[in-house]
Design a protein around this ligand. Structure first.
Ligand SMILES: C[S@@+](CC[C@H](N)C(=O)[O-])C[C@H]1O[C@@H](n2cnc3c(N)ncnc32)[C@H](O)[C@@H]1O
Length: 175
């Protein structure tokens, strides 16, 4: 079966095209940015708070189609001044790094709110959630926030048989 990350990419694919503007809200080593670039999109914005991770991904993937910022995604509205077609958040911590440096409930909710503001009507956003120890509260807070929104449709994709494993929130902006 496909991983949640693969499923998130499949969900985003229909809104990716030559003029598409995309956001990788948790750049890490750039696998999601790699995916966006492989779809020949126009531009990818990326946000990452860890300097070493940021520098090495920028070195590897930086080009005329990328705009990377060493700043938290909770500031994205200060850095993006155009509507976007597709956004991905892959929450949690850098797999090869310090698990204490991880996304946090309040900044994650703030970032998701800003991302919804930036998203075009019919644009899509995928959230890969990790409801393990530290990610559990974050997952609850993000879901509670999404339930208050009236301009989106949201579907949840999860493994029925395994507790606390990654799951997906798939969002499309209706109006
Ligand atoms: C699960 S990893 C992302 C994996 C990434 N998408 C990839 O393909 O490698 C989560 C990343 O989010 C970063 N991060 C944590 N808090 C952040 C924040 N407030 N803004 C942006 N990035 C953050 C972490 O440093 C980590 O690199």
């Amino acid at each position: 079966m496909k991983s949640m990350v693969d499923l998130s990419h499949e969900f985003l694919k229909p809104v990716l095209h030559k003029q598409a503007i995309c956001v990788d809200a948790t750049l890490g080593q750039g696998k999601d940015t790699d995916f966006f670039l492989s779809q020949n999109v126009h531009k990818v914005y990326g946000f990452e708070i860890q300097r070493d991770v940021f520098e090495s991904t920028k070195e590897r993937l930086g080009n005329q189609r990328t705009c990377f910022f060493h700043v938290g995604h909770e500031h994205m509205e200060e850095y993006i001044h155009e509507e976007v077609d597709a956004i991905i958040f892959n929450f949690g911590y850098f797999p090869q790094g310090d698990p204490k440096i991880t996304t946090q409930s309040s900044s994650s909710v703030s970032a998701v709110r800003q991302a919804l503001n930036l998203l075009k009507v019919k644009g899509r956003m995928a959230l890969v959630m990790y409801p393990h120890d530290t990610g559990k509260e974050e997952a609850i807070c993000v879901e509670e926030f999404l339930k208050t929104q009236t301009t989106i449709q949201v579907q949840k994709v999860q493994n029925l048989l395994v507790d606390h494993c990654p799951y997906l929130l798939l969002i499309e902006k209706r109006r």
